[in-house]
Design a protein around this ligand. Structure first.
Ligand code: GLN
Length: 481
């Protein structure tokens, strides 16, 4: 039988609906693939394969009975383990949520299930989505399928690696400062952060509410669009949601795009990376797009502002983990309040603790104005400046990551070096604007990602540019594993 795990989502749906193969055959192949590869890759923290096979059988029987099935019928979706799945453990890769089983589905999960997608399992991440490598996980690091000695990027490293290795067809991640795009870039897959408010955050375990969005990861751009057409739109459980322009088109709607490359981000990158992004621009130019280079000085303040705001919100969000409403098995008998609380909270990993401490500091009286307020001002300024750019250009491009993937362990002891790798991605979270990372090439066998950004709710422009590039550049599909 064909390698069904290699098919993009729309071909899975067509194959299952037209009975070229059954959903059960396809899910069984995926299950075998996970069994074969995941001991080395460590993308999954929980494989839901028995339930997945049951759901697949139900979909097959509906089809055999001539009943209607949903737009994602049979598609195996992996889910980052900070998105709530009813009855399926959701840990945030943290000891503190080690036994947490959500009593409800996140809105995105409900929407996927309504369209007959199959949840194949939960995927590894940095603890509470704080990190850029997936090394800060209680389950250990996920390894890059292109070279197992290298990091996958993060924090949605499991979501990107599982798709890259064809252990699932598509996945969901969350992106607070780049956590979908960074691992998508390092694993050579497509990863999309929607406009703030386009996808419901109900059921996403919060890290930094004003910055984050759930978004899809797929091997190619049409897969991203298929998922966005299902997960986007208003949700009464999340008041920040807005109406979507979905369905987005899988066909290019405008091929003469006006594109600006951000010099500051591109020239600041490692040579191999910046060369690759300049060749991407050549590809756009020869495909009849109008290309320019622009500079934006205030970008140099983006990273510091991002980390101040993200940590401030994290310190408040994580205050709820006191082991009373949910947590692990620690009997309060024999403790008074302070000692119990410190004992419980010592279960956070080092990086999470660091962020709670810095976050509380920047919000504290006397420092609020110096750090938090200033960061919010930078955020407003960046938004204004990007709005001005989008009055002239359809999309803006840059590298997704300033450097190539690096070895596991190489930067783990140096938080500042790790924060620095987010320099190109955080701006879209600060401005709330959408951004995608798509494969752009390789250097020394390691992937390089192209970032394409647009104004709020202009997702189709990003998809047009990404489809355009994907067609013209023809980057190698997946690693030979
Ligand atoms: N690396 C960034 C951070 O650690 C982004 C994380 C994310 O997007 N969840 O905050």
């Amino acid at each position: 039988m064909n390698r069904l795990y290699d098919l993009p989502p729309h071909e899975v749906v067509a194959g299952v609906k037209n009975r070229h193969f059954s959903a059960e055959e396809y899910v069984s192949q995926i299950r075998e693939r996970i069994l074969k590869l995941d001991a080395n890759i460590n993308a999954f923290v929980n494989v839901n394969s028995d339930e997945a096979i049951n759901v697949a059988r139900k979909i097959d029987s509906k089809i055999n009975a001539g009943e209607k099935v949903g737009a994602l019928a049979g598609v195996a979706v992996g889910v980052k383990d900070n998105i709530s799945t009813k009855g399926l453990r959701t840990t945030c890769a943290s000891k503190i949520l080690g036994n947490y089983v959500p009593p409800y589905d996140a809105t995105v999960i409900r929407k996927l299930k309504e369209q007959d997608a199959i949840i194949i399992g939960k995927l590894n991440l940095d603890e509470f989505a704080m990190g850029s490598t997936t090394e800060f996980s209680k389950f250990g690091p996920t390894k890059n399928p292109w070279n197992l000695d290298y990091v996958t990027g993060g924090s949605s490293g499991g979501s990107a690696a599982a798709v890259a290795a064809a252990e699932c067809t598509v996945s969901l991640g969350s992106d607070t400062g780049g956590s979908i795009r960074c691992p998508a870039s390092f694993c050579s897959v497509a990863g999309f952060k929607p406009t703030y408010g386009l996808v419901s955050r109900f059921g996403l375990i919060a890290y930094s509410n004003s910055l984050e969005q759930i978004g899809p990861i797929a091997r190619t751009v049409p897969g991203i669009i298929s998922l966005m057409n299902v997960i986007s739109g208003i949700d009464t459980n999340d008041d920040t949601t807005r109406k979507a322009d979905a369905p987005y088109s899988q066909e290019i709607t405008n091929s003469r795009l006006k594109i600006a490359l951000i010099k500051d981000l591109t020239n600041g990158a490692q040579t191999e990376v910046s060369k690759c992004i300049y060749s991407a621009m050549d590809i756009f130019s020869s495909a009849n797009c109008i290309c320019d280079e622009v500079s934006l000085e205030s970008l140099e303040y983006a990273l510091a502002s991002y980390y101040i705001i993200a940590m401030a919100e994290a310190s408040s969000n994580l205050a709820r983990y006191d082991n009373i409403r949910y947590g692990f098995d620690l009997d309060p008998d024999g403790y008074e309040w302070n000692s119990y609380y410190s004992k419980v909270r010592s279960n956070f990993g080092e990086e999470v603790k660091r962020r709670i401490i810095v976050g509380s500091y920047v919000l504290s009286s006397g420092y609020y104005g110096r750090y938090y307020l200033k960061a919010q001002k930078v955020r407003a300024l960046l938004k204004q400046q990007f709005k001005a750019l989008y009055s002239k250009y359809d999309v803006i491009i840059s590298p997704t990551m300033p450097i190539l993937p690096f070895k596991i362990g190489e930067k783990i002891d140096d938080p500042i070096k790790l924060y620095y790798v987010d320099v190109d991605t955080v701006v879209s979270n600060l401005t709330g604007m959408p951004a995608i990372s798509i494969p752009a090439g390789f250097s020394h066998g390691l992937p390089i990602g192209l970032q394409i950004m647009a104004d709020e709710f202009q997702e189709q422009k990003i998809f047009d540019a990404a489809l355009h590039f994907e067609k013209s550049a023809k980057i190698q599909g997946r690693p030979a594993i």
